[in-house]
Write a protein that binds this ligand. Structure first.
Ligand SMILES: *[C@@H]1O[C@H](CO)[C@@H](O)[C@H](O)[C@H]1NC(C)=O
Ligand SMILES: *[C@@H]1O[C@H](CO)[C@@H](O)[C@H](O)[C@H]1NC(C)=O
Ligand SMILES: *[C@@H]1O[C@H](CO)[C@@H](O)[C@H](O)[C@H]1NC(C)=O
Length: 409
C-alpha cells in the first residue's frame, strides 16, 4: 500500500511538472518573451511551407497576369483611381513640392500594417518634407471601400486604384503607381524622389535623407545648378539616351543585383519556365540588372521617362525585374546605383534588431513579418522612439475607425 502511494505521488508530481513545462512553453509562444530567434525560425518555416504558388502549367504565370500589354493594364488615358489624397503636396503650401514621395504597397485588409507604419517611421516624414502614400488595388463597392474612405478622411494618404490584386499582378500595381505620380506631379513641381516600398519594410527616413543629401548621388541631381557630376556616373551608365539639357542627372538606386541568374528552383515563387520567359522577351540564364523590390529609389525627373518607355516593354511578372531591370536598365540604359550596404532586405530580422550598430546605420529593413516588429525596431532607435511617443491627435479617431472596421468585418 505504502509503495503504491509513493508511486502515485511520483506520477502526480511528474504530471504536474510536465504540465508546468508545457504551460511555460505555451506562454513563450503566445507572449512577447518568446526568444526572437525561435520566432524568426517559425516565420521562416511558415513562409517556406506557404503555398506561394499553385502547381502551374507552362504559361500559367502569364495567364495569371491577365495581360502583358502595359497599355491594356494601365489604361494611360483613363482615370482609374477611385480614391486619392486631397493633398499630394505638403501641408502649408498649395503647391509645395515634397522632397520625396514614398509609395507603400498595401492591401485593403492590412489596416494594422498601415497603422504600424503610421505610428513609427511615418512620423518622421513631416519634418523631412516627405509624403507617404499607401497604394491599394480595389474593385467594386462594398464595406471594405467604406472603411477605406473612412481611413482616408483621417489620414489622407491612400491611393485606391481600380485593379485586381495578386502576386503576379504586382507589376501592374507598380505601373499604376507610376501613372498616378506622373499625372499628379507636373515636371515643375515634381518631388525629387519617388521611393517604392512595401508594407513590411521599415524605412529609417533620417538615414535615407542623409544618403540622398550627402552622397554624390544627390549632387548628381543638383548638378543642374552647375556642379561637375562626371565622377558620379557609374561604370554601367553607358549610352544615357537623354538630351543633356533635358535630364542632366538622375538617380535610380537601391540594393542592386547585377546580372543575376534566373531562378532554377521550380518551387520558388520567382521560378519561371524558360519558354514562358522567352515568350515575355527575356531568355538566357541571366536577368537584367535590377534593384531589390522592397525598397528602391527613382529620381522624380526620370519617372515619366520610365513610365512612357514601359508602354513598349511586355510586362514581366516580377515588378522590380520589370520596372528597373527591363525598362530602366535594359530599355533606357539608365545607370543603376547600389546603396545595398545600407539596406537589410531579405535577411534575418533577429540579427538586425540584436545588432544596434547595424540597426542604426540601415536605411531599409525587410521583412518585418508582423506589425509589432515595426514597433520593436522603432523602439530600438532613440530618434524613432521619441517620435513614436509624441502624441497624435488622430488617436481617438483611429479607435473609432478600428471599432467600425470590427463591426463591418
Ligand atoms: C507624364 O507626364 C508628363 C508631364 O506632365 C506629360 O507630358 C505626359 O503626357 C505624361 N505621360 C502620360 C503617358 O500620361
Ligand atoms: C569633371 O570632372 C572630371 C574628373 O572628376 C574631369 O575629368 C572632367 O573634365 C570635368 N568636367 C568639366 C566639364 O569640368
Ligand atoms: C554588429 O555588426 C557589426 C558590423 O557588421 C559587427 O562589426 C559587430 O561585431 C556586430 N556586433 C555584434 C554584437 O554582433
Amino acid at each position: 500500500m505504502r509503495v503504491h502511494i509513493k508511486f502515485i505521488t511520483y506520477i502526480l508530481l511528474g504530471a504536474i511538472l510536465t504540465a508546468f513545462v508545457f504551460l511555460v512553453l505555451l506562454l513563450c509562444i503566445i507572449s512577447d518573451w518568446e526568444p526572437i530567434s525561435v520566432r524568426v525560425q517559425r516565420v521562416f518555416e511558415q513562409k517556406s511551407n506557404a503555398p506561394y504558388k499553385p502547381k502551374l502549367n507552362k504559361f500559367s504565370i502569364t495567364e495569371m497576369m491577365g495581360s502583358t500589354s502595359v497599355i491594356d493594364v494601365v489604361k494611360p488615358d483613363e482615370k482609374t483611381v477611385i480614391l486619392e489624397p486631397t493633398m499630394p503636396f505638403l501641408k502649408g503650401g498649395k503647391s509645395k513640392r515634397p522632397f520625396a514621395v514614398i509609395m507603400v504597397t498595401s492591401l485593403a485588409r492590412f489596416f494594422n500594417q498601415r497603422q504600424a507604419i503610421r505610428s513609427t517611421w511615418y512620423k518622421w516624414a513631416h519634418d523631412l518634407n516627405i509624403r507617404i502614400f499607401f497604394m491599394i488595388g480595389h474593385t467594386g463597392q462594398n464595406p471594405i471601400l467604406q472603411n477605406l474612405e473612412e481611413e482616408q478622411r483621417i489620414h489622407d494618404d491612400l491611393i485606391i486604384d481600380n485593379f485586381e490584386e495578386g502576386y503576379y499582378k504586382l507589376p501592374a500595381k507598380i505601373l499604376r503607381m507610376v501613372k498616378w505620380f506622373n499625372t499628379t506631379y507636373l515636371p515643375e513641381n515634381s518631388p525629387r524622389y519617388l521611393i517604392k516600398t512595401d508594407h513590411d519594410v521599415f524605412i529609417n527616413l533620417l538615414n535615407l535623407v542623409n544618403i540622398l543629401r550627402e552622397t554624390p548621388y544627390y549632387s548628381n541631381l543638383v548638378s543642374l545648378s552647375g556642379q561637375n557630376n562626371s565622377k558620379l556616373l557609374l561604370p554601367d551608365s553607358v549610352n544615357i539616351p537623354f538630351d543633356s539639357s533635358d535630364v542632366e542627372s538622375y538617380f535610380v538606386g537601391g540594393q542592386k543585383f547585377a546580372k543575376p541568374e534566373v531562378e532554377v528552383d521550380p518551387d520558388s515563387k520567382w521560378y519561371m519556365d524558360s519558354k514562358e520567359r522567352e515568350m515575355l522577351g527575356w531568355s538566357g540564364p541571366y536577368l537584367p540588372t535590377y534593384l531589390n523590390g522592397p525598397c528602391y529609389i527613382i529620381s522624380g525627373n526620370v519617372v515619366g521617362t520610365i513610365y512612357e518607355a514601359s508602354f513598349n516593354v511586355p510586362i514581366f511578372p516580377f515588378e522590380d525585374v520589370y520596372l528597373i531591370g527591363l525598362v530602366a536598365y535594359d530599355r533606357l540604359s539608365l545607370a543603376i546605383s547600389d546603396i545595398g550596404q545600407q539596406m537589410w532586405l531579405d535577411k534575418s530580422y533577429y540579427c538586425l534588431v540584436k545588432n544596434r550598430t547595424i540597426l542604426q546605420r540601415m536605411v531599409a529593413f525587410h521583412p518585418l513579418d508582423h506589425p509589432s516588429s515595426m514597433v520593436k525596431v522603432c523602439r530600438r532607435l532613440p530618434t524613432c522612439k521619441r517620435q513614436m511617443s509624441s502624441s497624435s491627435t488622430s488617436n481617438n479617431r483611429n479607435c473609432n475607425l478600428l471599432a467600425s472596421i470590427a463591426k463591418n468585418a
